[in-house]
Design a protein around this ligand. Structure first.
Ligand code: IMP
Length: 440
């Protein structure tokens, strides 16, 4: 196969199983790059009997020969990175500046961002977003404000960091006290010392990652861009305001990684065979009943980052089509198909109505999405355990029909089908990625 980069994008509300596909595809990639989000992500990779839950470190870290990059668009939390690196090293994963690079231009999640996230959510009460409390929204707000931002490169310069922390702490103390009645002041000196220590430990990895990636493109080395969250949580195109604060579609790759738009390559859209969502906000196909409970239990739908039970519901072809069009998806990877074994009837949402009138397309305005009524198409389920299926023809006829219907409704080939969490439980189907780890 000629060199073509791969971009992995979640097409629902996150937790689609991106980590497994990145791990599978990264076997043939030189780089795996995170370009959005931060420690709010939870990517699970299972290798043999070992399960790894990654939040900030790209999912290529478990493959030797892969360079992992935390791009400039990431909300970089050195505390989480440091912990994650320690945890991985203690399990025998080698991590150093030869296989992990952190963008000097990535913005640093500081203690006040996490505090602001919690205080803000508490203040919103019933209207809260249901964030992961990782400081993501406040971090990106400060990035946009510019004068309140700390970048990873600043962790390497004592004078610059001390000046920034002292100045920003003063602003935050005033704001927290006035807005939230939070009067415990930030200890600027202690924060500076702690973050300079992170700088010392991670310093060798902090570099101009955009330049590294542009050189790699010139040299014809394959890159896998690892999306975080899901398209419906995108700051611009998701169910605003119940979204995260970064650009999580393929449109976010160029600016979040520092590469030209053409570098996006083949876009693989990751979808679950059903839908889940964590936190508040519209979810048209939600099943707040025993069907949802059953999907949650069979799919182990509890947050990797927060442990929160996920809301579950039927596959929403309207929302997925919208997300696939937005990212220019070339093919789908259909995940967790095995979770649907045992359902007598499966439903796919094929349209929305508001007050009896066809909406036609997905509308990212949360207030509209809250009011839609779903139009469903029913399909017969299957009883068989499909976790050991190796090829498409091993699947029961009803499972094959379900996959084909999703493909037709979303207007994309289903390249890969996942029938279990392990590396071997991936069925190559109509993939363009023949010759890569997942498409053999
Ligand atoms: P934040 O990104 O922590 O600000 O959270 C905003 C919304 O996005 C909340 O509904 C979170 O539950 C959701 N969210 C953020 N990251 C993820 C993820 O990786 N998977 C699923 N939901 C997420």
């Amino acid at each position: 196969m000629s060199v073509q980069n791969i971009t992995i994008i979640g097409l629902q509300w996150g937790d689609e199983g991106k980590g497994k596909i990145v791990d599978a595809l990264s076997g043939d990639c030189r780089y795996v790059v995170r370009f959005c989000g931060g420690a709010n992500a939870g990517h699970t990779v299972i290798v043999g009997t070992e399960k790894y839950a990654l939040h900030l470190i790209p999912s290529g870290i478990l493959r030797s020969g892969v360079r992992n990059v935390i791009g400039n668009g990431v909300a970089f939390d050195p505390e989480v990175a440091d912990e994650e690196i320690k945890g991985l090293r203690s399990r025998g994963v080698e991590i150093g500046d030869e296989n992990l690079a952190i963008s000097a231009a990535s913005n640093v999640v500081m203690p006040w961002h996490k505090l602001a996230d919690r205080l803000n959510e508490a203040k919103l009460g019933a209207g809260k977003i249901g964030t992961t409390a990782r400081g993501i929204g406040p971090l990106y707000s400060d990035k946009a404000t510019r004068t309140l931002a700390v970048r990873a490169g600043d962790l390497l310069d004592t004078d610059v960091l001390a000046e920034k922390v002292a100045r920003i702490a003063e602003v935050k103390n005033t704001v927290f006290s006035a807005l939230y009645g939070h009067t415990e002041p930030i200890d600027a000196e202690a924060v500076t010392g702690k973050y300079l220590d992170y700088g010392k430990r991670l310093g060798g990895m902090i570099t101009d990652t955009g330049a590294v990636l542009r050189r790699a493109i010139e040299a014809g080395e394959r890159i896998c861009f690892e999306g975080g969250q899901g398209s419906m949580l995108d700051i611009d195109h998701g169910t605003f305001p119940f979204v995260t604060s970064s650009s999580v579609t393929a449109c976010g790759v160029p600016s979040g990684a520092g590469v030209p738009p053409k570098a996006v390559g083949c876009v693989v859209g990751i979808v679950k065979a059903y839908t889940s969502r964590v936190g508040a906000g519209p979810f048209p196909t939600e099943q707040d009943n025993e069907i949802g409970d059953c999907l949650r239990e069979q799919g182990h739908e509890y947050g990797t980052t927060t442990g929160r039970p996920r809301r579950c519901g039927w596959f929403d072809a309207v929302a997925v089509r919208y997300a696939a069009d937005l990212s220019g998806v070339d093919e789908l990877a259909l995940m967790l198909l095995d979770v649907l074994s045992g359902f007598e009837r499966l439903r796919i949402c094929t349209g929305y109505r508001v007050n009896g009138v066809d909406l036609g397309v997905f509308d990212s305005v949360a207030a509209v999405m809250d009011r839609v009524e779903c139009v469903y198409e029913d399909m017969p389920g299957w009883e068989e355990d499909i976790t050991s299926a190796k090829k498409f023809s091993d699947l029961p006829a009803n499972a094959r029909a379900y996959v084909e219907r999703i493909s037709a409704l979303v207007g994309r080939d289903v390249g890969l089908i996942s029938v279990g969490p392990e590396r071997g439980q991936t069925i190559p189907h109509e993939t363009q990625l023949k010759g890569t780890g997942a498409g053999n």
